[in-house]
Design a protein around this ligand. Structure first.
Ligand code: MG
Length: 376
């Protein structure tokens, strides 16, 4: 089975805010679907967390390496793309685009073998996983109303992030966290994301250490991106000083970038994004290294239904991966599949057992959000 064509669809019209200081508009494209077509007629789906323009430009370089390749060897083919582009956008748009190609190749491999791809990563350790509802921080009354609404939908775990946290005062930080904890009660899981990958992040190590002690008072499950994403030494110090687990790494790409953060003990939890870091093949290798160092892998997933479905497959196979991120208020997660995501009474999400990444997409919905009529 050979790769014959690669098609893409940039999602637009309902792009949720990212929390960035230069905030996204609904028409901005930051999520792009990738479809790999084959001479056997099967199609694999992937996604990239970047614009369709960057994916299209990257594909001009990657296509000659892909067209005519076998569609049955995702890891070898993705590594071929990495190895042949060391001089061209390594770690940037090229790596982002390889992420979508790699996911699509694994999806194809699962469809050919009629297996959910989690089986290939070591087997299915669990059939359900807890999604945490991820939302941006807002003025306390608005944020509390949003949290109560999500609680009513059945979510039992939450993460609040970005907004004014770490940007105004320690008193404001505590007000936000106290408001969230009051809204969801003492029994639900709560994580806090400072959003240190925002432009010109100014949260200092001293601020982060003090904030971590405040978060412990509200039984916060992890403290995410408290420092600038490249601050290896800062994270090592913060982890030693913090009473709550420290997490990060959502913007890192390529497995090699994660090595110092893992081997030098910078994090309790690392959060690679499968639609950015290089795809499933790269994520697995990061996960294997992390697990051997006693570090938990919780996927970053502020993306699409493709990203969520892929994260569910990964979580089926890694024993410490007991959460997936569920980006709330995002039609690209909730409104492009043929079946809705359903939480059970315990707030758990079933890991699809169908072939590939295990979900099907609605071509009309994809057209609605991209204008592309022939993706699949
Ligand atoms: Mg984050």
């Amino acid at each position: 089975m050979k790769i014959t064509e690669i098609r893409i669809a940039g999602l637009r019209g309902a792009t949720p805010k990212g929390g960035w200081s230069e905030e996204l508009e609904p028409e901005n494209v930051v999520h792009t679907l990738v479809a790999i077509h084959t001479d056997g007629g099967l199609v694999g789906i992937g996604a990239v967390f970047t614009s369709d323009e960057l994916v299209r430009a990257s594909l001009e370089i990657l296509k000659p390496l892909l067209i005519g390749e076998t569609a049955l060897e995702p890891e070898r083919v993705s590594e071929k793309l990495h190895q042949n582009t060391f001089w061209l956008g390594r770690g940037g748009s090229i790596t982002h685009t390889i992420s979508g190609i790699d996911i699509a190749l694994w999806d194809l491999f699962g469809k050919v073998t009629q297996q959910p791809i989690g089986r290939f990563f070591g087997g299915r350790l669990r059939e359900k996983v807890m999604p945490y509802a991820s939302l941006l921080m807002d003025e306390p009354p608005i944020m509390q109303a949003n949290l109560r609404n999500l609680l009513a939908q059945g979510f039992k775990a939450f993460k609040i992030g970005w907004g004014t946290f770490g940007r105004i005062s320690p008193a404001n930080d505590e007000l936000l966290v106290r408001s969230a904890r009051e809204a969801i009660g003492d029994d639900c899981f709560l994580a806090v994301d400072a959003g240190g990958s925002d432009a010109y992040w100014k949260g200092s190590l001293r601020w982060a250490i003090n904030a971590s002690h405040m978060l412990a008072d509200y039984n916060v499950g992890w403290f995410e991106e408290a420092l600038h994403p490249d601050d290896l030494e800062g994270f090592k110090t913060l982890r030693k000083a913090s009473p709550v687990p420290i997490s990060g790494c959502e913007v890192l790409t390529r497995r090699q970038s994660f090595i110092p953060f893992i081997t030098q003990g910078a994090f309790d939890i690392i959060q690679p994004d499968v639609v950015k870091c290089g795809g499933i093949s790269e994520w697995r290798r990061i996960a294997n290294l992390a697990e051997d160092h006693g570090i938990q892998m919780i996927p970053h997933g502020w993306n699409t239904a493709v990203g969520l479905a892929t994260d569910l497959q990964l979580s089926s196979a890694f024993h410490r991966t007991n959460f997936v991120e569920y980006c709330t208020g995002a039609p690209y997660v909730d409104d492009i599949t043929t079946k809705p995501w359903v939480l059970d009474k315990n707030g758990m999400l079933e890991i699809p057992s169908g072939p590939g990444i295990g979900i099907e997409f609605d071509p009309e919905k994809i057209e609605k959000y991209s204008g592309v009529t022939n993706l699949i």
